[in-house]
Design a protein around this ligand. Structure first.
Ligand code: CO
Length: 459
């Protein structure tokens, strides 16, 4: 115990490390994931020199966006980044058994995807599951470990009667058991309040010996305060974005975090002056992206997320959908309906894909009457096809949604047959008999989008 306390003190007196998110979450949050490889290239060597823990640059929505909107091969982007980022590990975000898509995939797809990601340049893989069901992380974490990557097991932070510090610590310990090299607290909606962060990090540091990494969003306006309290509690690493792609629904600004801790016992050791020219580059990139793609890159905050727990981007999407249906006046009802649906569904954290599933159900309920139309994804969630929900689902509610359909209590992917061979066969039939494994994986995740991309680039 004495030794552990001593280690605790040493840990608290070391530099706070920073992961730079400008190449992934920064532009995913503020510029609809439209940053192109060519926007990154001129500045990569300078980014590599900064001294970050890692540079998050792949996964999340970037894979889909490359293929769908930018006419880029995401694998080629990764290889290019790796050629220029020689010192700093490239970090990616992976949705466990969902990989980078929206459904569960077979274990062979998950394993091969992880292996190829590492082979092509990823050094740190952050893996999470929307329901914090660790069974959905097992295969991806094992594959990442075998591939030699740093495996970061993440749990999503949310607020509900069924989530508390103890429940989060329990998930974190499960992730340690699965071989995690570090633990990430993933607060995708910016709900983590500063003093809660302090208690959560303090408890995690006391119970777990591997590094704790905190990821939050500025959405509610609390993120900088949350990082400061987490730093005081001994958090090892935090995610920041260079100022042009910070704040709003993105992360706190890297330069400000570096400046705030200068000369303290958590001094990041980074030189803010070295960040300014890189920030200048990205300021110009943001301006150009906003004009070219007609994006709203506003950096304001929205405290309503603290009450309704609906991430900012999702609120505006839902409002737009309702406007299109001529039902904008029902928007206040939607804000009330959302938490109700979430409770009925067993309090899933609202993150891809559960945020979209819960959000559209609430919108249908308000526009058409409660559960008059029930999308397939809702039935799947209620049946257990995404995994175990944080709270048990009421049996009467379940019966109303799925009738007497069988309930899934095992690991959902156990029901999925291997997919790689048949996917390769499909691609051959469509005219790509010599497709690379990377192309097969792109096709596995986003079949139609990938085919369109292949038609434009592989013929
Ligand atoms: Co994020």
């Amino acid at each position: 115990m004495l030794l552990e306390e001593a280690i605790g003190i040493v840990m608290a007196n070391k530099p706070l490390r920073i992961t730079e998110t400008v190449l992934r979450d920064g532009h995913q949050s503020l510029a609809a994931t439209r940053m192109r490889t060519s926007d990154m290239l001129p500045i990569l060597e300078q980014l590599d020199e900064i001294g970050y823990f890692s540079i998050e640059a792949w996964g999340g929505a970037t894979f889909d966006s490359c293929l769908r909107f930018l006419g880029e091969d995401p694998w080629e982007r990764l290889r290019t980044l790796k050629r220029h980022l020689k010192k700093t590990p490239i970090q990616m975000l992976l949705r466990g058994q969902n990989v980078l898509g929206y459904n569960h995939y077979a274990d062979d797809v998950v394993r091969e995807f992880v292996k190829r990601a590492v082979d092509n340049g990823v050094g740190v893989i952050r893996i999470f599951d929307a329901l914090n069901d660790v069974r959905n992380l097992e295969v991806a974490m094992r594959a990442a470990k075998e591939s030699g990557a740093h495996v970061q097991g993440a749990f999503v932070y949310t607020i509900s009667p069924y989530h508390n510090i103890d429940s989060f610590v329990k998930v974190a310990k499960d992730l340690v058991q699965l071989g995690a090299d570090s633990i990430c607290v993933k607060d995708m909606a910016g709900l983590l309040a500063p003093y809660v962060a302090y208690d959560l990090v303090k408890t995690l540091k006391a119970e777990i010996s591997i590094p704790i990494h905190l990821h939050t969003h500025y959405t509610s306006g609390m993120a900088s305060m949350t990082y400061l309290k987490a730093a005081e509690a001994g958090v090892d690493i935090v995610d920041c974005a260079l100022s042009p792609f910070a704040l709003g629904t993105s992360q706190p600004a890297t330069e400000a975090m570096v400046a705030a801790l200068e000369g303290t016992e958590r001094d990041t050791g980074l030189k803010k002056e070295t960040l300014y020219p890189i920030a200048d580059h990205f300021r110009a990139v943001k301006k150009e992206l906003a004009e070219n793609f007609k994006l709203n890159t506003a950096m304001e905050i929205d405290t309503k997320v603290l009450t309704f727990q609906i991430p900012g981007g999702m609120l505006s999407n839902l409002l737009n959908q309702m406007k299109e249906q001529g039902m904008a006046d029902k928007y206040p009802e939607l804000l009330e309906e959302m938490p109700r649906v979430r409770a009925e569904l067993g309090y899933p954290p609202l993150v891809t894909p559960t945020s979209q599933i819960t959000g559209s159900m609430a919108a249908f309920n308000v526009m058409l009457g409660r559960y008059k139309v029930i999308p397939r994804e809702i039935k799947d969630l209620v049946r257990g096809k995404y995994g175990r929900t944080p709270a048990p689902i009421d049996p009467d509610f379940r019966k109303m949604i799925v009738g007497d359909d069988p309930i899934i209590t095992h690991r959902p992917a156990d029901d999925i047959q291997p997919q790689l061979d048949s996917l390769r066969g499909e691609l051959a039939e469509k005219g790509y008999p010599n497709a690379s494994m990377e192309d097969v994986l792109s096709y596995a995740l986003f079949p139609e989008v990938a085919l369109k991309f292949f038609e434009a680039t592989r013929r």
